[in-house]
Write a protein that binds this ligand. Structure first.
Ligand SMILES: [Mn+2]
Length: 193
């Protein structure tokens, strides 16, 4: 089984994540910030992977700490679960609509963690949470997972739809990228990822 668990506690947050890439269940997501829980639950559901995530932190200071640190821990869990990367599809992509929103997500489990964030993401808060925190989640996740992650907002008027579509698109692209095919080779001409 390709699985990994992380527990990370700092003076700002305490996050636990368990990920299993080979089974779709259980899925359990809880954070102190209901909007973030809602978005993570969408990611988990549409990834068809077993994510167990719990996060708490000093959201009274700023939701930024909880959101970024959860991205760090989820990225570390993915990297750990992938282990030697043998046989994985490596690339994943999704063009995901949600009403007015249309998000392109393309990722490469490259070993080089980097977020490329572009397009017309709405710069409006949702229920008091500023839009600037969402790319910080995806950046932390990409950087700690060691994946090249492109998220492009091709259309989006409603901020809730647009950011929720980004979480769903990442879930779907991840599912594709971590699937194991008939080859047991590491999917790189260099022989390592
Ligand atoms: Mn929603």
């Amino acid at each position: 089984m390709r699985q990994h668990e992380i527990h990370r506690k700092t003076h700002e947050t305490e996050i636990r994540t368990a990920l299993n890439l080979d089974v779709p269940e259980p899925v359990a997501v809880y954070t102190q910030l209901p909007l973030f829980t809602h978005f993570l639950a969408a990611l988990a559901k549409h990834s068809h992977l077993s994510w167990q995530i719990s996060g708490q932190g000093d959201i009274e200071v700023d939701p930024h700490h909880l959101i970024e640190d959860t991205g760090i821990v989820m990225g570390q869990a993915l990297r750990g679960a992938l282990a030697d990367m043998r046989g994985i599809h490596r690339f994943g992509q999704r063009l995901l609509p949600m009403d007015d929103a249309l998000i392109l997500c393309a990722l490469d489990i490259s070993g080089r963690g980097q977020l490329y964030w572009s397009g017309s993401f709405p710069d409006r808060p949702i229920n008091g949470v500023n839009a600037e925190v969402w790319p910080e989640f995806f950046r932390a996740f990409a950087s700690h997972a060691g994946i090249t992650l492109h998220l492009v907002c091709q259309a989006g008027e409603n901020a809730h739809h647009t950011y929720e579509a980004a979480f769903k698109a990442l879930g779907q692209a991840l599912y594709e990228a971590v699937q194991v095919g008939p080859s047991t080779d590491v999917p790189s001409t260099k022989g390592v990822l």
